[in-house]
Design a protein around this ligand. Structure first.
Ligand code: ADP
Length: 515
């Protein structure tokens, strides 16, 4: 590793390796396949760029980010490293010229988009070139369970078979749940002990969940943060346009970005935002991969996204410069239905859809948990962490109230309904609703029927959401989940565990001087 250290200093100009870099580079140099999971900005590129300089053959980099390829290659060339890229922006002659450079060993790194892997000229190049290292960037795109699955990535496993002798593989990603990591490892033949994962926590981000806020809140927030750079994400083009008009009418500096706009317009807006000529960007998730702006102070999700991977990746675009920044999620229950609709409408197979519903449910639990929000996210990615002390839950100083008895009422009702029904009907039984379905199933005969009739249906639903987020209730898979009681839930029923919840304080309306 001494030589690697030397190249790090002399070529890249860095004194020390960042967390994870050295471990990955050692594995590559030992010709072992590896998977690096590092946060955005963590320094993944050096993990393959540096060994590329130490290997005799070519390093082939597969990346879906066409817009970033040129920047990366330019940066490498500036450092005196011969590198090139091939993508759809080039004509046939240029492509074959560049493949020629690779085959003759005149470049150390060649970047290609995954779509290229099947083209005859690419396969021809592969046959004449010694490829020592294959770097797969954004490797989560290979997994069907990832949030950004790309069918073209699946061809990768086949392409690898064509490359002889077999190259060493390094897969890199910033977002992988344990399940996605396992999938990548299986597809690319990476043994589990060669998985290098660095801390996911973002010390400078304050996560916030705001329930039932309206446009006024958003405008107030933007006015308070005037002069700062920020992104507002919405789920649909229509909502992006609506928010854009709303913010524009307030004379704030704002642009928009979504897939329905022309490429010229999109590029223009992205550039204006990059160069701080526009302060706020309202966008769908089409505005994303490859934004390299470091001083984004806030990312507001005006609508809930479909899963926590997308959320963490999008929210993580705030505060790349490591200065304090905010990641705010505005929650309205009807926005969950938009995501549900996206899944319903997709033409994917049933198993995949069920998975997507489950991810959406976990996203929804993020909104209802009272746990530290950063810790909740880390746990989703299979990591333990400390309370951040910055998120809305950590800063919530309302008193925790013992709600064990209420929790027991809900849990025992779920048990009495044989754990075969969903939230809506459970809520109706607890509040003593006269719904036909209830008499039909004879749930009005249960001892828990109407046991919470002093509460509204909405309050009881919130309580059920809370108990689900606390993992006392477990939803089944599929579009219409039924709820069952978890092992910890059973302990609560048996009185072995207590449940605490921060409650909204109801202010006394009687005036003291009237007494
Ligand atoms: P990622 O691909 O993980 O998002 P990059 O590879 O683009 O991150 O690296 C992010 C930034 O960190 C770059 O500006 C890079 O030059 C810098 N960087 C990478 N490794 C080191 C290091 N060992 N020391 C200092 N800076 C580094």
């Amino acid at each position: 590793m001494k030589e690697a250290q030397k190249i790090l200093a002399e070529t890249f100009g860095y004194e020390t390796f960042r967390e994870g870099q050295e471990a990955i580079i050692s594995l590559i140099l030992a010709q072992e396949n590896s998977l690096g999971i590092m946060p955005t900005g963590g320094g993944k590129s050096i993990c393959y760029q540096l060994p590329a300089l130490m290997l005799d053959g070519l390093t082939l980099v597969v990346s879906p980010l066409i817009s970033l390829m040129k920047d990366q290659v330019d940066a490498l060339n500036d450092m005196g490293i011969p590198a090139t890229y091939v993508n759809s922006s080039l004509n046939y002659q240029e492509v074959s010229h560049r493949f020629g450079l690779a085959a003759r060993g005149e470049v150390k790194l060649l970047y290609v988009a995954p779509e290229r892997l099947e083209s005859p000229d690419f396969l021809e190049m592969v046959r004449h070139t010694r490829i020592d290292l294959l770097a797969v960037d954004e490797a989560h795109c290979i997994s069907q369970w990832g949030h950004d699955f790309r069918p073209s990535y699946l061809k990768l496993a086949e392409t690898i078979q064509v490359i002889q002798p077999k190259p060493t593989i390094v897969a890199l990603t910033a977002t992988a749940t344990p399940e996605v990591a396992q999938d990548i490892s299986k597809l690319l033949a990476i043994s589990p002990e060669n998985q290098i994962k660095t801390g996911f926590a973002r010390e400078n981000l304050a996560f916030q969940v705001m329930k039932d806020q309206n446009d006024i809140y958003l405008i107030e927030y933007l006015k308070m943060n005037q002069g700062q750079s920020g992104i507002i994400y919405a789920s649909t083009r229509k909502e992006v346009e609506r928010l854009y008009r709303l913010i524009h009418a307030e004379n704030l500096s704002v642009g928009m970005y979504h897939g329905g706009m022309s490429e010229v317009e999109r590029t223009k807006n992205q550039e204006l935002f990059s160069y701080d000529k526009l302060q706020i960007m309202v966008a769908t998730n089409a505005f994303g991969m490859g934004i390299n702006k470091s001083n984004v102070r806030f990312v507001v999700h005006a609508q809930i996204p479909g899963n926590l991977e997308s959320y963490y990746q999008e929210a993580g675009r705030a505060g790349r410069d490591e200065l304090p920044s905010e990641a705010i999620l505005l929650y309205r229950p009807q926005d969950v239905q938009i995501q549900q609709y996206f899944i319903d409408q997709s033409e994917s197979e049933l198993e995949y859809k069920q998975h997507e519903y489950e991810k959406l449910r976990e996203m929804n639990q993020y909104v209802h948990t009272q746990m530290c929000l950063q810790r909740f996210i880390l746990r989703y990615f299979g990591e333990e962490g400390e309370d951040c002390g910055r998120c809305t839950n950590c800063l919530d100083d309302r008193e925790s109230v013992d709600i064990t008895v209420d929790a027991q009422k809900v849990l025992s009702c779920v048990k009495r309904m044989d754990e075969k029904f969903g939230k809506a009907l459970i809520g109706k039984v607890l509040t003593g609703s006269k719904d036909q379905k209830i008499s039909q199933w004879r749930f009005d005969q249960l001892s828990t029927y109407g046991i919470m009739k002093h509460l509204s249906q909405k309050e009881v639903n919130h309580l059920i959401d809370f108990l689900t987020a606390e993992q006392l209730l477990v939803p089944s898979k599929g579009q219409f989940p039924t709820l069952s009681v978890s092992a910890t839930g059973v302990d609560v029923l048996l009185g072995k565990e207590k449940v605490f919840r921060k409650q909204v304080m109801v202010r006394k309306l009687v005036q003291d001087d009237a007494l």
